[in-house]
Design a protein around this ligand. Structure first.
Ligand code: SF4
Length: 453
């Protein structure tokens, strides 16, 4: 009897944002349909793929250092195929193949569906690049996305609703590596959400570079309309979304957050700076005052919303006074969580050509100062929740802390509490006992909707 061919193993490493994680899971699903099984590590794989990020310089460096570490593996096992996809691949294209001689394939952000055929080419000994300059027709992209949802979703899953960005903020590489905005048809998004909930997911996070500019290409539904439509999925308990551009935050979306019970009270609203001068140089399209008005309106209509922000420190020409305005914005807004970054030049961007760049040491000093301030703000906001009862989707044992279970409350904050393993996958009511910088601790009160003993 002929020996059965051994199944090919693929190992995918993901760098960067949730969008890349989502793409990687779709890629895994697509490759599974072509007979690949997951490998535990690169060492045991026949195919190693890197799904990369170039939004920050540091993330890009990580990709190159990971690739460097694979050189020795390829020398030992010349039959191993190595591929790079995602934003670095889109940005560098053939240059990547030229500079990494042991690389077999390079595929851009819009070429996921072509990876199986690229693998075949590489197997035949041809080194291949597929980084289409033009966005794929929406129908084609959508068909692929719907056909290859994530493998084995857990309790929580992600679904991309739109990709690309038309905003061209002066520091950002995304419009160049992800292309122009493209929304997926709402019917397709709904189908994927239904597939995920049928497989056990109860919380879905909708992803997009700017979900506020979502527009259903079939029926013209806006993002608030999409949320309303997805809330009709009976097995879906919770919906989150990210990211929202402040200039496009519509009253309809705020209304949806306030009025739809399945839409969680969590909003990521990146400001990037508290200084009008820097905001203008960043081409963000709003002033500090307009941003604060949006926040005030949001809190008026959806009180208790958990608000997150992004701040970049050390933008070219950012003065000490500009930086002080970013610090004061943190205090004025009172963010619950904050992502903060040091500015770094990104290829193609307008900001990379600006004068007055800061030294790394200065950016680092500003970042530390900002993060220190935010730690105090997060702590105070979490402590203010002590005594309240949170609805927690229980995800499993806490990462740290013996015997504790962990989950997230509606605002997205981590809540740890004493409880039995059987609670996993249920909604529980937990009274907050302690507020920490990054999480809450509490006591189990009962199931969500139950009566407090
Ligand atoms: S809104 Fe600005 S920062 Fe966000 S992805 Fe688009 S260009 Fe980049």
């Amino acid at each position: 009897m002929a020996e059965q061919a051994r199944q090919q193993k693929v190992h995918i490493t993901t760098f960067g944002c949730q969008m890349n994680e989502y793409d990687s899971s779709r890629l895994a699903s697509l490759l599974a349909s072509h007979g690949f099984v997951p490998a535990e590590d690169a060492e045991s794989a026949d195919l190693v793929l890197l799904n990369t990020c170039s939004v920050r310089e540091r993330a890009e460096h990580k990709v190159y250092s990971y690739l460097g570490a694979l050189r020795e593996l390829k020398q030992r096992r010349p039959g191993l195929l190595i591929g790079v996809g995602g934003c670095v691949a889109q940005q560098e294209g053939k240059r990547l193949l030229d500079s990494v001689p042991y690389l077999d394939l390079v595929f851009g952000t819009q070429a996921l569906e072509r990876v199986p055929e690229l693998i075949e080419e590489a197997r035949a000994g041809r080194r291949v690049v597929c980084t289409p300059g033009e966005p794929m027709p929406v129908g084609l992209a959508g068909a692929h996305e719907a056909d290859h949802p994530q493998l084995r979703p857990g309790l929580k899953a992600m679904v991309t609703v739109m990709t690309g960005c038309d905003n061209f903020c002066s520091y950002c590489v995304v419009p160049y590596v992800r292309g122009r905005e493209r929304s997926r048809p709402a019917s397709e998004v709904a189908r994927e959400v239904a597939q995920l909930t049928a497989a056990g997911a109860r919380e879905v996070t909708l992803l997009g570079q700017n979900v506020n500019s979502y527009r259903d290409p079939e029926r013209g539904l806006d993002f608030a309309g999409l949320l309303e439509m997805l809330c009709r999925e009976p097995e879906l308990w919770r919906l989150r979304f990210t990211t929202s551009h402040p200039k496009d935050l519509s009253p309809a979306l705020v209304e949806a957050m306030a009025g739809l019970d399945k839409v969680m009270e969590q909003l990521h609203l990146p400001a990037q700076s508290g200084s009008d001068r820097v905001l203008a140089a960043m081409k963000r399209g709003y002033t500090r005052r307009q941003y604060l008005e949006r926040v005030a309106d949001l809190r008026r209509r959806a009180p208790g919303v958990c608000l997150g922000g992004d701040i970049i420190v050390g933008f070219p020409g950012e003065t000490e006074d500009d930086f002080a305005q970013s610090l004061s914005l943190l205090e004025e807004v009172g963010y619950d969580f904050l992502f903060s970054f040091m500015y770094s030049d990104r290829p193609f961007t307008k900001a990379s050509k600006l004068p007055d760049k800061h030294l790394e040491a200065e950016k680092s000093r500003r970042l530390q100062r900002l993060q220190e301030l935010q730690r105090g703000i997060s702590l105070a906001r979490h402590r203010a929740l002590v005594g309240s009862v949170a609805e927690v989707l229980v995800e499993g044992p806490a990462k740290r802390g013996q015997g504790l279970m962990s989950g997230r409350e509606r605002g997205g904050r981590v809540v740890n509490f004493e409880g039995k393993a059987e609670l996993k996958g249920t909604l529980a009511r937990v009274r907050v006992k302690e507020g920490l910088v990054n999480s809450l601790k509490g006591r189990l009160v009962g199931p969500a909707g139950g009566v407090e003993p």
